[in-house]
Write a protein that binds this ligand. Structure first.
Ligand code: HPA
Length: 272
């Protein structure tokens, strides 16, 4: 993708943006209901944005929403691009670059993930405080654009510590369970085998999913602060493993949605 492509996407979207700060939000599988809280001003199909990839997974709608949440202007990806769908890493992260170039300083990511930590139950939430990148390709591989960020981005704080602290206090006062853990990102699309779940747990992961890490890396490359939450949609304990359907993943995501909505609403209201 050439630099002029990015410019064409930005030129198309700029007229829709009114104010700053602009907060970017990525909605994961089954979490589209969050949009009910947003005063939507523009609902832009991905298909109409020059050079935007188009979503292929049934459970993901492809719209960029621009509106307000908690009196702040937000730009929301309703539907994300997964590496397993066949997109290149550049395509997967294209919308994140675009949101960054449009001026977001904060990115909130949600996803559905399998719970490796035996203390996690289906429908609970986990704040991501760190990750293990197991994708077979890195989104920053290749020539670096120094205007976007450094060649060797620092990853000592991939998820903003102060937001994690704020979120934990909020969950405590709002009386819902909010775990904190390490997210392992894998290519998919197969779910993992028992042996792979055992391996992932052994290397220190609390949850596993097929997204979010490429987005996080590109956002951090551009100096954007990231806040990310996983909805635990299934239990990945080797001894207890059962067959999992996409319907179950979506049902679990929907179960978690009220708390996730509260959390995202609150975080948007306090983000700087
Ligand atoms: N593995 C990978 N991705 C997932 C899972 C899982 O068990 N559950 C939801 N997304």
């Amino acid at each position: 993708m050439s630099e002029s492509m990015y410019h064409e996407s930005i030129d198309f979207l700029k007229p829709y943006i009114q104010t700053q700060p602009l907060i970017g939000i990525v909605l994961g599988t089954g979490l589209g209901g969050l949009v009910a809280d947003i005063q939507i001003k523009h609902k832009i199909p991905y298909t109409s944005i020059p050079h935007f990839p188009v979503s292929t997974v049934e459970s993901h709608q492809g719209y960029l929403l621009i509106g307000t949440l908690a009196n702040k202007e937000v730009i929301v990806m309703q539907g994300r691009f997964h590496y397993y769908e066949g997109y290149s890493m550049e395509q997967v992260t294209y919308p994140i670059r675009i949101m960054a170039l449009l001026g977001i300083q904060n990115l909130m990511i949600s996803n559905a993930a399998g719970g490796l930590n035996p203390e996690f139950e289906i429908g609970e939430l986990m704040l991501i405080h760190d990750h293990i990148n197991l994708f077979p390709e890195h989104p920053l591989r290749g020539k670096n654009n120094p205007q976007w960020g450094p060649r060797f981005p620092d990853m000592s704080e991939p998820y903003a510590f102060n937001y994690i602290e704020i979120a934990e206090k909020f969950a405590h006062s709002a009386n819902f369970k909010l775990h904190k853990g390490v997210y392992a990102g894998v290519q998919g699309p197969c779910l993992e085998t028992r042996a792979e779940y055992k391996y992932l747990r052994t290397i220190g992961a609390d949850a596993v999913g097929m997204s979010s890490i490429p987005e996080n890396i590109v956002a951090r490359h551009m100096g954007i602060k990231v806040f990310a939450v996983s909805v635990i949609t299934d239990k990945c304990i080797p001894e207890l493993l059962k067959v999992l359907s996409l319907e179950e993943v979506i049902a679990a995501a929907q179960k978690a949605e009220p708390n996730l909505r509260k959390l995202i609403h609150y975080m948007v209201s306090v983000l700087d």
